[in-house]
Ligand binder design. Sequence first.
Ligand code: FMN
Length: 237
Amino acid sequence: MKITVINGNLRRGSTWNCMNLFLEKLSEYNETEVVEFALPKGCPKFCTGCFSCFLNGEQTCPHAEYTEPIVKALADSDLIILTSPVYGFDVTGQMKALLDHLCFMWLSHRPNPRLFQSVGLVITTTAGAGLSHTAKTMKNSLQFWGVKKAFTYKKAVAALKWEDIPEPKKAQIKKEIAALAAKVSKAAAGVSKLPTPLKTRFMFYLMKKMLKTGKWDNPCDRKHWESLGWLDGKKPF
Ligand SMILES: Cc1cc2nc3c(=O)[nH]c(=O)nc-3n(C[C@H](O)[C@H](O)[C@H](O)COP(=O)(O)O)c2cc1C
């Protein structure tokens, strides 16, 4: 199973350890090949809002040297894992900055056909609160990139670092993550049989209609949809 992990911080803290435990457990079910990025090292830039990715193609992003390897890895994955600790009730700034760079891959623009046959996972930890909002920020991107099913692991660890989490709580985390690994492994193995989410179908047909009627008229997006036959009856799911 090919896996891309994007970590929303550089710390090998609670979030990274949860992710690492997950990968360990997953490797009991599958042969895994993991490409891991850590932010901000993997993309130390903010989106400038130049619109060049939308209008001229993602290769024209001023930060393409960082975004292209990430996009390439995502488009070669059976499983995409996004992780972030909660910072101020949301993802880290560096995770949000990367997700901004990848908006061109949303269903409303140029989704990559491969991602419709992949599974996603969001992992987040917090000292006390903010898990749902943080998970949602990352899940939004996974879902609007088209992934077939997006799982979530969120944990209030009541700690500032992994080492401070008491052993009974760590044992509980390990148990929960083991169960999750079994579920994700099963979903990824049977991805072609999973139902396509209603939201994905809706967005796909809405964008198709808008491109066909000229209500959305971005030639770069149009070329993408046309070249994949999506305006002539083909669909990615
Ligand atoms: C800048 C910053 C902001 C944070 N904001 C919150 C917060 O809004 N709510 C909360 O309960 N914990 C907050 N925390 C605590 C972390 O979410 C928590 O300790 C998390 O498990 C750290 O993950 P890590 O060990 O993977 O870095 C914050 C920590 C930092 C450094």
